[in-house]
Design a binder for this molecule. Structure first.
Ligand code: G6P
Length: 364
């Protein structure tokens, strides 16, 4: 077992460090940085030309990747909705023949996601599986598949597969936009360049992260909160999910805009707040930072801080390289993976096999 952990104490830590390689495989031969386009050999030209709306169905971490993709698609004018697959199964699927249903599942075996996709298909939707596992059940249930190529993941808490899911879904988003509108999005060229730099940027986070110091500083807090807007909202949810899964500490993620509508009542000097800045809507998130600080909460900003303004207000900064705002969330998430890992490690939790949780849930 030591051998397969490659000298790391836990699979999770190993898999966090495997992300540069995983992302290289996810994007390999799919990026055309020269033309600013995406090349997905699975899909011939105009494959998505008829798509009018996109539904993303998934559970757990994969649902957060689905939310991320929905945020990008909506920002480019393609109506998109992320559903928890288990909830999609209790409604009449709101699909039309022009709906593309994207099922996101690392394992390809999650019962709720399989059930939801079957129902969507029966209702007439076209279905596409985004998965890590070749030949998994979801690839047989769906019309098409897009592999994320992250490599095997053993730790129960998903890490590298989230980064690869978000990256693959970002490529899919650009491809859908190109087919639907007949032109590349204005973001495409910069985004493809940023994606080609992403493995190196993740490596930089891994090499320079101060996450362990933050975990030590805030050990023993009452609760840990995570906030973000737009595509940083699912990153906040994912940061909290990782933290609670492996540390067993109380952690919650919120849309930064939601704070005033309830969560602010929970904020005290003993509830550090992790605030995610991606370069989109940073001003608004900064005003939320000031609100929680006024209640005495320490703030840890995850930011590349182009303006210097965030650093001025935050109590601590977990720095990420400057990149395209649409994928900055991947880098922020790596910092949050490391915070969760170190917090759980300090508490000597069984990181690779947290109590009551399974890598793959095959019952509804
Ligand atoms: C379980 C795992 C999570 C995972 C979720 C969905 O809850 O512990 O890490 O995100 O299932 O799994 P899937 O294989 O469908 O992505």
């Amino acid at each position: 077992e030591t051998a397969t952990k490659g000298g790391y104490e836990h699979y999770m830590y190993k898999e966090i460090h495997e992300q540069p390689g995983a992302l290289r495989r996810t994007t390999q031969s799919r990026l055309n940085t020269h033309a600013g386009g995406v090349e997905l050999e699975e899909f011939p030209p105009e494959s998505f030309a008829d798509v009018k709306q996109v539904h993303l169905l998934a559970m757990g971490t994969s649902h957060h990747a689905g939310m991320y993709a929905a945020s990008l698609l909506n920002s480019r004018g393609i109506p998109a909705y992320a559903f928890m697959a288990g909830e999609y199964s209790v409604i009449k699927p709101p699909v039309t023949p022009d709906t593309l249903v994207v099922a996101v599942s690392q394992s390809g075996e999650t019962a709720d996601t399989l059930d939801a996709v079957r129902r969507a298909r029966a209702a007439g939707a076209r279905t596409l599986a985004v998965t890590n596992v070749v030949g998994s059940s979801i690839t047989r249930e769906c019309d098409d598949e897009l592999l994320i190529r992250a490599g095997p993941e053993i730790g129960v808490a998903a890490t590298k597969t989230f980064s690869s899911q978000v990256t693959a879904l970002t490529l899919l988003t650009e491809r859908i936009v190109e087919d639907v509108t007949g032109a590349k999005s204005p973001e495409a060229r910069d985004l493809m360049e940023a994606l080609s730099r992403l493995p190196g940027d993740v490596q930089e986070v891994l090499d320079t992260s101060m996450a362990r110091e933050i975990a030590i500083e805030y050990e023993g807090s009452d609760a840990y909160f995570f906030i973000g807007r737009g595509a940083a909202h699912p990153v906040a949810l994912e940061g909290a999910l990782k933290f609670k899964e492996i540390s067993y500490e109380h952690a919650e993620g919120f849309a930064a805009s939601e704070l005033k509508h309830g969560p602010l009542a929970l904020v005290t000097p003993l509830s550090p707040v992790f605030a995610i800045f991606t370069g989109h809507e940073d001003e608004a998130t900064l005003s939320n930072v000031k609100e929680v600080q006024a209640r005495g909460a320490p703030v840890i900003a995850i930011t590349s801080d182009r303006s210097g303004e965030v650093t001025e207000f935050a109590d601590h900064v977990l720095r990420i390289p400057d990149t395209h705002p649409d994928i900055a969330g991947v880098l922020a998430n790596v910092q949050l993976q490391l915070v969760a890992y170190h917090a759980a490690d300090l508490l000597e939790r069984p990181i690779d096999k947290p109590r009551n949780l399974a890598k793959c849930v095959t019952v509804e």
